[in-house]
Design a protein around this ligand. Structure first.
Ligand SMILES: [Zn+2]
Length: 199
């Protein structure tokens, strides 16, 4: 059988959210019974649960499930990780890319787990600054490497749609530990690797 996408939603949560979104649509001056909007409360209820699924994901457990002892002391970089989150002040999306590196101290992790850690923390109501630090601390505390570097570059719909700042502005946040914090050459190497375009 071909790949089948399975989505599960809590029924009680979904129906409570639907009531609230129906009421919100009405309060905003729309008719929730007109054809195009009839299923909208349900769609929003499910979409919002998808966007906040990170509350049910244990990022530490994800890393612990794929740890390997390996004598590697070179920097490991995973860059251009797609990231979608929700600003906790406006509940509007912010999205962009995460660039993450760590220098192992005897323990490495399956590479695919790093983007899943990003998902676990970004699929919540967030601010970009805290998201950056939560990703860093999770990797640092679980793998105990010689250093972790996290850089996030995101566009915030709450800024762009509300015209607070220039369109297309990108917010960059970073958080470092260990060698990335204490060693300029290490940090520069990371920045160079993130900026490098290999064509
Ligand atoms: Zn906002």
């Amino acid at each position: 059988m071909a790949y089948k996408k399975i989505e599960q939603f809590d029924e009680k949560t979904t129906s409570e959210l639907m009531k609230n979104y129906r009421s919100a649509i009405e309060l905003l001056g729309e008719d929730p019974d007109r054809e195009g909007l009839q299923k909208t409360p349900e769609r929003i209820a499910k979409a919002m649960q998808f966007f906040t699924q990170g509350y049910n994901i244990d990022a530490t457990e994800i890393l612990n499930s794929a740890k390997f002892h390996e004598v590697v002391s070179e920097m490991i970089v995973v860059k251009d990780i797609e990231l979608y989150s929700m600003c906790e002040h406006h509940m509007l999306p912010f999205f962009g890319k995460a660039h993450i590196a760590y220098i192992p101290d005897g323990t490495i992790v399956g590479l695919s787990k790093i983007p899943r850690v990003v998902d676990a923390f970004s699929r919540r109501l967030q601010v970009q600054e805290r998201l950056t630090i939560e990703i860093r601390d999770c990797i640092q505390n679980t793998l105990k490497p010689k250093g972790v570097a996290v850089v996030l570059e995101c566009s915030h719909m709450c800024m762009q749609m509300r015209g607070v700042q220039k369109q297309n502005s990108v917010t960059t946040t970073s958080a470092f530990t260990g060698l990335f914090l204490n060693n300029d050459a290490t940090r520069k190497e990371f920045i160079n690797l993130v900026q490098a375009k290999l064509n």
